[in-house]
Write a protein that binds this ligand. Structure first.
Ligand code: RB5
Length: 144
């Protein structure tokens, strides 16, 4: 899959680990920044990732900040994006199975790299189940 990856300064180190994990697992991963640990504003990077997914340039996005909350709020402002904050592996699989989430958000401060890997394994190991879940998703963002 083509995955866009972004963070803020709090997620900068973990982003490097996530990018390496994605490539090692056969994905094409693009780093959308930031490119140093200098303090930045998470909406800038969350929006960049979310817009690249919404426009179809990437299949999915992954974003991290200190809590994961800021990037999830920002990504969800982009039309067509269903960004899910995963606090653990089960959240990640359910976000795919029930919500067909297309942007994965998680905390870089409350997860270590091993926990991040478990979240990624769960996310990529799960598929959208459709059916009643599609009906519910259609109610989130009706076609206009
Ligand atoms: C940055 O200190 C922090 O506010 C940010 O990483 C994130 O947690 C916001 O939701």
């Amino acid at each position: 899959m083509k995955i866009a990856v972004g963070s803020d300064h709090a997620g900068y180190e973990m982003k490097k680990h996530v990018l390496a994990w994605l490539v090692a697992h056969g994905h094409y991963a693009e780093d959308m920044g930031p490119f140093s640990e200098e303090s930045v504003d998470y909406p800038d990077f969350a929006r960049k990732v979310a817009e690249s997914v919404a426009q179809g340039s990437f299949d999915q996005g992954i974003v991290m900040c200190g809590t994961g909350i800021g990037v999830s709020i920002a990504a969800n402002k982009v039309s067509g994006i269903r960004a899910a904050l995963a606090c653990g592996p089960e959240f990640a699989s359910l976000a795919r199975q029930h919500n067909n989430a297309n942007v994965l958000c998680f905390s870089a401060r409350f997860n270590d790299n091993a926990a991040a890997e478990k979240i990624l394994e769960s996310w990529f190991g799960a598929e959208f189940e459709g059916g009643r879940h599609q009906r519910r998703i259609d109610k989130i963002e009706p076609a206009c």
